[in-house]
Design a binder for this molecule. Structure first.
Ligand code: KIV
Ligand code: NA
Length: 259
């Protein structure tokens, strides 16, 4: 399937089968997730935190993103590869299009950016050039410093209406799906039934959206120093890694009693 066919298939899933998305930042992870049947591989700018060791996503550059999108694309996944536009790489429609083009050249099949009404023209610039765009509303991590923390969104009818307006603006500009982050469950459910494109939730409660996305380190338990409250770890890769390395160190130090 071409990237555009994958995008259409995802759009068509609305109201049918739920969409399973995960982040991936490197070749082996992309291959493993793809072999396990995930629909979307998001090279998210969460990269900055869970791979590069920055405190938040505001440190991520386009160079970082291109390096990791290319690694994921080398896995030639069946899943759609979506690359995030990092902060300050889409300050104008022209810059947004140029950034999106570079992510596509690196191997992304679609791109994602954060925001609603204020970003609609930028979405339009990218979709008009034939590059599919995924939206991202609710909690916007690229604005965490302005907002002074990660807070739940859609807690009042006014907040929910603001998200709905933003969603409609970017849908009109051509997004094929929208990530909803940290939107309270009732609001996420309302937005999901109201909006014409699939919603993909993270931190929105169970079964409130048309799909879910998780940060792969949260799923695998491989980044134990910060685990968001909504994470549902299915493995303890951090524990397995520490155990394997402890054994390795012991075996190197004491080869006559291998463990
Ligand atoms: O960067 C990321 O991982 C994301 C997801 C949380 C949706 O944008
Ligand atoms: Na992101």
């Amino acid at each position: 399937m071409t990237a555009l066919q994958k995008v259409e298939a995802i759009r068509d899933r609305k109201g049918k089968r739920a969409i399973a998305a995960l982040t991936a930042y490197d070749y082996p992870t992309a291959r493993l997730l793809d072999e396990s049947g995930v629909d979307v591989l998001l090279v998210g700018d969460s990269l900055g935190m869970v791979v590069l060791g920055f405190p938040d996503t505001t440190h991520v550059t386009l160079e970082h993103m291109l390096h990791h999108v290319a690694a994921v694309a080398r896995a030639k996944p069946n899943a759609l590869v979506v690359g995030d536009l990092p902060i300050h790489t889409y300050d104008t429609p022209e810059q947004a299009l140029e950034t999106a083009r570079r992510l596509v050249e690196a191997g992304a099949g679609a791109v994602k950016l954060e925001g609603g009404v204020s970003e609609a023209e930028k979405v339009r610039a990218i979709t008009s050039a034939g590059i599919p765009v995924m939206g991202h509303l609710g909690m916007l991590p690229q604005r965490v410093l302005e907002e002074g923390g990660y807070r739940k969104k859609g807690r009042t009818p006014e907040q929910t209406e603001a998200i709905r307006e933003g969603a409609q603006a970017i849908i009109d500009a051509g997004v094929f799906a929208i990530v909803l982050e940290s939107v309270v469950p009732d609001s996420a459910r309302f937005l999901t039934t109201t909006l014409s494109v699939p919603t993909i939730g993270i931190g929105c409660g169970d079964h409130t959206c048309d799909g879910e996305v998780a940060v792969i380190t949260d799923l695998l338990g491989s980044y134990p120093w910060f685990v968001p409250p909504f994470a549902k770890p299915q493995a303890d890769v951090a524990g397995a890694t520490r155990e394997a390395v402890r054994r390795y160190v012991k075996n190197v130090e004491n080869p006559s009693h291998p463990q």
